[in-house]
Design a protein around this ligand. Structure first.
Ligand SMILES: Nc1ncnc2c1ncn2[C@@H]1O[C@H](COP(=O)(O)OP(=O)(O)OP(=O)(O)O)[C@@H](O)[C@H]1O
Ligand code: SF4
Ligand SMILES: [Mg+2]
Length: 321
């Protein structure tokens, strides 16, 4: 059963230099309990896609399209509905824990706040759930941590509290935006284990936003690769890794340790930079960086076309050489 269905989402921003389009025709169907990775370099539109869905765009932004949560349209919905969605149906984890933890509120108080406010639970019921969640996110000595302030916790522990806060209300969807980027490798692995545990033991569907294809490998069922605001390849995780259909995905894979296509070659980043949204080349946006570019690529924007059995790719090549 689909819990979230996003169709043809477009996000535009008004700027001093005119309007720019940050997200183009983004569609996603997320099933209950499924984990989907959204992967791409900085600026590719990953965060704004989900900010738009949840009504969190900056004042100069606007979104068109459709986003249905359990069948209910939420795109550009009234503030009261969006507050309920964010408070109890969709949890969000951001890259920087301090952006969603309030420094002057004790950990326990901020964890319980949403549950009491949105679901009308008593303090003692909310506290019981917080204890359960702190255990789920592997915070030892939960009683003591409950009464501490965020600054008394390590970076990794803050990140775990933030995950805890996001899952307090047992959301239908959890959006994790670069949840491991600022953390060291050991803590990164712990955070991924917690998300894997959530996937295994709850019905919550997870969206994992990251620039690192390696991060999605162990946890995601499907992946959507974004470039310059568009999805350029999508499909089941195994196909993305082993039957790659888009040159950009291939480039991303070459920079992931353990997944490089030729293990005898050093890891390589993709040469060049992605284009700014206001300076997209005509035709395929990846053309200036693509090793397979053909004359058609400079004039035609390739549509996201089906590549059997289960992938889609936006490239003039039916298969990579
Ligand atoms: N308020 C805004 N006004 C104008 N442009 C914006 C605004 N917010 C975001 N953008 C632009 O939208 C584009 C997509 O940004 P987004 O934050 O979604 O990228 P991202 O893929 O999440 O990158 P990162 O990996 O760095 O987080 C970028 O070019 C960004 O500069
Ligand atoms: S359409 Fe052309 S430039 Fe774009 S990714 Fe495919 S081969 Fe490369
Ligand atoms: Mg981002």
């Amino acid at each position: 059963m689909s819990v979230l269905v996003c169709t043809d989402l477009n996000v535009r921003f008004r700027t001093d230099y005119g309007e720019i389009q940050a997200v183009r025709d983004f569609s996603l169907t997320l099933a209950k309990g499924e984990c989907v990775g959204v992967v791409g370099e900085s600026g590719s539109g990953k965060s704004q896609t989900f900010m738009a869905m949840l009504g969190l765009l900056a004042d100069n932004g606007r979104a068109t399209g459709s986003v249905k949560l359990d069948g209910q349209e939420i795109l550009n919905a009234p503030r009261s509905l969006l507050n309920t969605v964010r408070g109890s149906r969709v949890g969000m984890i951001f890259q920087d824990p301090m952006s969603s933890l309030t420094p002057f509120l004790k950990v326990g108080e901020q964890m319980c706040e949403g549950l009491m406010h949105h679901q009308g639970l008593s303090m003692s019921a909310a506290r019981a759930r917080a204890m359960e969640v702190l255990e789920l996110v592997r915070i030892p000595d939960a009683k003591r941590r409950f009464n501490q302030y965020p600054h008394e916790l390590s970076g990794g522990m803050k990140q775990r509290v933030m995950i805890g806060q996001a899952i307090m209300c047992k959301p239908a969807v959890l959006v994790a935006d670069e949840p491991t980027t600022a953390l060291d490798v050991t803590v990164q692995a712990q955070i991924l284990e917690i998300l894997e545990g959530l996937k295994a033991h709850t019905d919550t569907a997870i969206v994992m936003i990251t620039h690192d294809l390696g991060v999605v490998a162990g946890i995601c069922d499907r992946v959507q690769v974004m470039y310059a605001g568009r999805v350029v390849e999508e499909g089941p995780i195994d196909d993305i890794f082993h039957r790659t259909r888009h040159p950009y995905t291939q480039g991303l894979l070459r920079s992931v340790p353990g997944f490089e296509l030729d293990p005898t070659q050093p890891l390589a980043a993709i040469a060049g930079q992605p284009p700014a949204p206001d300076a997209l080349p005509p035709g395929c946006a990846f053309a200036p960086r693509c090793g397979y570019v053909t004359p058609t690529c400079a004039t035609t924007v390739p549509p996201l076309a089906v590549r059997p059995p289960a992938q889609r790719a936006a490239c003039v090549l039916e298969a990579l050489p």
